[in-house]
Ligand binder design. Structure first.
Ligand code: CP
Length: 302
């Protein structure tokens, strides 16, 4: 594996290998341990053409804990603003001797195009509305830690499935690890392609809660929505929000969310710190899982 572009490129064996490696980085007190000799002298660029807190910081942390170094490429203030093409930007970065580039970009297909024109390893840190493979791996790692395995775990993905890159990658990995995946969303936020066609659908979160072990909430991706298709917040909460009352009525259900959370829309604020929610634990798994991805790619290519 030279690049990580999609969840679909990963075999089941590769997924298990990454999750097993990630688990070696998690300490009994719930934090992440270092392996500073693993990627010594490796150099990475973090090129985020869209905002990010979790993914960018967890990649930076993962790189530092593996003994490698990173620099940030900021589009704002770069020669992209003077009209330099993405391809020439990539060649310029490559000429400085970096081993890998970690990219988030709003345009579908950019990551594959970059991979085909560079000698650097390309790692997808979020691609338009179609892929977020390291999010999928960290989600699987979090569920596996809680349930021991994903085999037979019932996971309902609730929210904006139409614009979510997370839902596409995460539902793929969850299913291939043996979880039962279902979904619930208002009509206007259902996907226009067929990636959920084989999955069970629930009309509302209340129906999903009667079935699920895990509710995986999605944020309404307002930055990707151009038409007026979003229901009112009141109507959305009635059908699809994880409220305090709903959580209390289903105390065995685990709540996941990739973040950032629209507090008061898909999730009540009090639930962020509830033992039912593993949202901050997902962030910790993000560091361990991204360490595992980097170690897997770069121990193979050294
Ligand atoms: N889940 C996720 O990708 O979060 P960020 O946008 O904060 O990186």
């Amino acid at each position: 594996m030279r690049h990580l572009l999609s969840s679909q490129q990963l075999s089941i064996e590769a997924i298990h290998q990454i999750l097993d490696t990630a688990s070696t980085f998690l300490t009994p007190d719930g934090l992440v341990r270092s392996n500073p000799a693993a990627l010594r002298d490796r150099r990475f660029v973090l090129a985020f053409f869209e905002p990010s807190t979790r993914t960018r910081l967890s990649f930076e942390t993962a790189i530092e804990r593996l003994g490698a170094s990173s620099v940030i490429f900021n589009q704002a203030g770069s020669s992209v603003e003077k009209g330099e093409t993405l391809e020439e930007t990539i060649h310029t970065i490559e000429a400085m001797g970096f081993d890998g580039i970690i990219i988030r970009h709003a345009q579908n297909g950019i990551h594959g195009a970059v991979a085909s024109c560079t000698t650097m390893s390309v790692i997808n840190a979020g691609e338009g509305s179609i892929a977020h493979p390291t999010q999928a791996l960290l989600d699987a790692s979090t569920v596996r830690e809680r349930f021991g395995s994903l085999q037979g775990v019932r996971i309902a993905i609730v929210g904006d499935l139409r614009h979510s890159r997370v839902a596409r990658s995460t539902s793929d990995i969850f299913q291939r690890l043996g979880a039962h995946v279902a979904y619930s969303a208002p009509e206007s936020l259902l996907p226009t392609d067929d990636y959920v066609s084989s999955l069970q659908r629930f009309e509302t979160i209340d129906e999903a809660l009667e079935w699920a072990d895990v509710i995986y909430l999605l944020r309404i991706q307002r930055e990707r929505i151009t038409e007026d298709i979003v229901p009112s917040i009141g109507a959305y909460r009635l059908g699809y929000a994880m409220t305090t009352q709903r959580a209390q009525a289903h105390p065995g259900v685990v709540i996941l969310h990739p973040g950032p959370v629209n507090i008061g829309v898909e999730l009540d604020e009090s639930l962020l710190s509830s033992p039912q929610a593993l949202i901050h634990r997902q962030v910790t798994h993000g560091v361990a899982t991204r360490m595992a991805v980097l170690q897997t790619i770069f121990s193979e290519t050294r």
